[in-house]
Design a protein around this ligand. Structure first.
Ligand code: ZN
Length: 443
C-alpha cells in the first residue's frame, strides 16, 4: 500500500480544488457496516471491512465524555453509525471525528464508564468479510436483559413467555456454514422481547436469556410461574438436504393432547409438565376426576383454538417477509407446547440447513423482521381476543415516545391505525417526527 504516493497526490490537489478531495482521496480500505451487540457483560462492536484492518487506538479516560478512539488508516466510511449506541448501557454514542490525515477514518466511541477494550481482527470467511471486533467489557444490558424477571412483571399487562430453543450444550441444528440454531433463535427471542416490552400493553418473559440449556419440561413450567398469557417457542428447522426452506408454525396436536391429559389424570404421567398450569384446577375440583377432566379439556381446547388463531396471524405476518414452508398451522406433540392454560405455539423461523436461509437467519435485519412478524401476529391475536382487565383490552389509546427509526407509517402499521388518525389525534401538521416526541396513538 503506497500511502506516501497518494498523499503527495492529495497535497497537489487540495490547492484550489478542495471539494474534489473527498472523491479523489480514494481510500484503499472501507468500513462497509458496523454492528453493536450488547450482552449482559459486554458490548461488542464489529466493523465489516473491505480488507484487513490497518488501525490504531487510544482511550481518553481522563476527560468527559469517556472515549475510545480508533483510527482506521486509509479507510473510507460507508456505514451509518446513527443507531449504534441505542441498545447498550455502556456505549452512549458512536461517531466520527476529524481524522489525523485525509483518507483515514476516526471513530469515537463514547462510553458510560471506563472499559478495558479488547480489539482484534477476524479474517474474511464464507459468511463475513474482514472484520475489526471491539469488545468493551461492562454491564451493557439491563440486569434481566430485554425481558423482565418474574418480580418485575406487572399484573395487567399481557405477558408473553418467549422460549428460545436449545442452548448450552445443545446447539440445535447446525447450518452448512456452522451457524448454531441456539444462537440465532436467542437473538430473535431477544429482539421479540424488546418489541414486546416497548408495547405499553405487553411484557416479555424470556424462558432462557443466555446460552444455557433449560429442560424441555421446565420451559412451560417457567412460563406458568411467570403467569404468562401466551407461550411462543422459537426454532430454526433443518433437513438432511439443502433444498427445503421457509418457516412454519406449530401447535399442540389435539389428539395427542387428549390422550396425554387422560394419562396424566390416570396418574401414569403425574410428574409430566403437561399440566404445568393445571394443578390448581385439579386441586379445586378435589378428587372428582370427571370434573377435572372436563375443565382441563375445556382449558386445553380453548388454548389450542387460541394457538391456531394466533398461528394464522403469525403465518400471515411471516409470509410478508419470508417464504413459508407451510401456510397452515401444523399440529404435533412438542413437550414445550403442553401448557393447558394458555395458547402455546412453536415458530420454525426458516431452514438453517438451507444456505440462503442460514445467511438470512444470521442477519440482524432478518432477525428483526422475524421478531416483528411474531410480535405483530401475537398482538393482533390479543386485540381480537382481549383478556379481561388487561391494558391491551382497556386502552383507548397508547402513549408512545418516538424512537430513532420510527415514522408515522411504521407506527400506524404496528398499532393497526392510520397515519391520518395519528396526525389528527396529535394535531400534527407535518409527518416529521423527532426522537423523544410523545404521541398519542389511537386504537
Ligand atoms: Zn430447534
Amino acid at each position: 500500500m503506497n500511502t506516501s504516493g497518494s498523499s503527495r497526490w492529495l497535497a497537489i490537489l487540495t490547492g484550489g480544488l478542495l471539494w474534489l478531495t473527498s472523491t479523489v482521496a480514494a481510500a484503499q480500505n472501507s468500513i462497509e457496516s458496523v454492528r453493536a451487540w450488547p450482552s449482559p457483560d459486554k458490548t461488542r462492536i464489529v466493523f465489516d471491512l473491505g480488507q484487513q484492518a490497518d488501525y490504531s487506538y487510544f482511550t481518553l479516560y481522563g476527560s468527559d465524555p469517556l472515549r475510545l478512539v480508533i483510527d482506521f488508516n486509509n479507510t473510507a466510511l460507508n456505514a451509518n453509525l446513527s443507531e449504534l449506541g441505542d441498545a447498550s448501557l455502556l456505549v452512549n454514542l458512536v461517531r466520527t471525528s476529524s481524522p489525523k490525515k485525509a483518507g483515514d477514518t476516526r471513530i469515537v466511541i463514547e462510553l458510560a464508564e471506563k472499559s478495558d477494550p479488547q480489539i482484534f481482527t477476524l479474517p474474511a470467511n464464507e459468511s463475513y468479510p474482514d472484520r475489526l471486533v471491539v469488545d468493551l467489557p461492562g454491564k451493557s444490558v439491563e440486569r434481566s436483559g430485554p425481558a423482565k424477571s418474574i418480580a418485575e412483571l406487572k399484573d395487567r399487562k399481557v405477558t408473553i413467555a418467549i422460549d428460545a430453543g436449545h442452548g448450552g450444550d445443545d446447539p440445535g441444528s447446525i447450518g452448512p456454514r456452522g451457524t448454531y440454531e441456539k444462537n440465532v433463535v436467542l437473538k430473535i427471542a431477544r429482539a421479540l422481547a424488546s418489541m414486546i416490552n416497548d408495547d405499553p400493553g405487553m411484557q416479555a418473559y424470556l424462558i432462557r436469556s443466555g446460552d444455557y440449556y433449560v429442560d424441555l419440561n421446565e420451559r412451560p413450567q417457567k412460563a406458568w410461574q411467570a403467569k404468562a398469557d401466551f407461550f411462543v417457542s422459537i426454532h430454526a428447522d433443518a433437513f438432511r438436504t439443502p433444498q427445503p426452506r421457509g418457516g412454519s408454525v406449530w401447535v399442540l396436536s389435539k389428539r395427542r393432547a387428549d390422550s396425554e391429559v387422560g394419562r396424566w389424570l390416570e396418574g401414569t404421567e403425574r410428574k409430566s409438565a403437561l399440566l404445568g398450569g393445571a394443578e390448581s384446577i385439579i386441586r379445586d375440583t378435589g378428587h372428582e376426576p370427571f370434573l377435572a377432566q372436563t375443565l382441563l379439556d375445556m382449558s386445553m381446547d380453548s388454548s389450542i383454538a387460541g394457538a391456531y388463531s394466533a398461528s394464522r396471524h403469525i403465518i400471515s405476518e411471516m409470509s410478508r417477509i419470508t417464504k413459508m414452508h407451510k401456510t397452515e398451522p401444523q399440529a404435533a406433540s412438542f413437550a414445550v407446547l403442553k401448557s393447558p392454560d394458555k395458547p402455546s405455539i412453536l415458530v420454525e423461523t426458516g431452514f438453517i440447513s438451507n444456505p440462503d436461509e442460514e445467511r438470512l437467519l444470521n442477519s440482524n435485519g432478518h432477525q428483526q423482521k422475524l421478531a416483528r412478524a411474531i410480535y405483530n401476529g401475537v398482538r393482533q391475536y390479543f386485540i381480537n381476543n382481549p383478556l379481561d382487565n388487561t391494558l391491551l383490552a382497556n386502552q383507548e389509546s397508547i402513549e408512545y415516545v418516538v424512537k430513532s427509526g420510527d415514522s408515522l407509517s411504521v407506527l400506524a402499521e404496528r398499532y393497526g391505525t392510520t397515519v391520518n388518525a395519528i396526525k389528527r389525534e396529535n394535531n400534527l401538521t407535518s409527518s416529521m417526527l423527532r426522537i423523544g416526541q410523545k404521541l398519542t396513538i389511537p386504537r
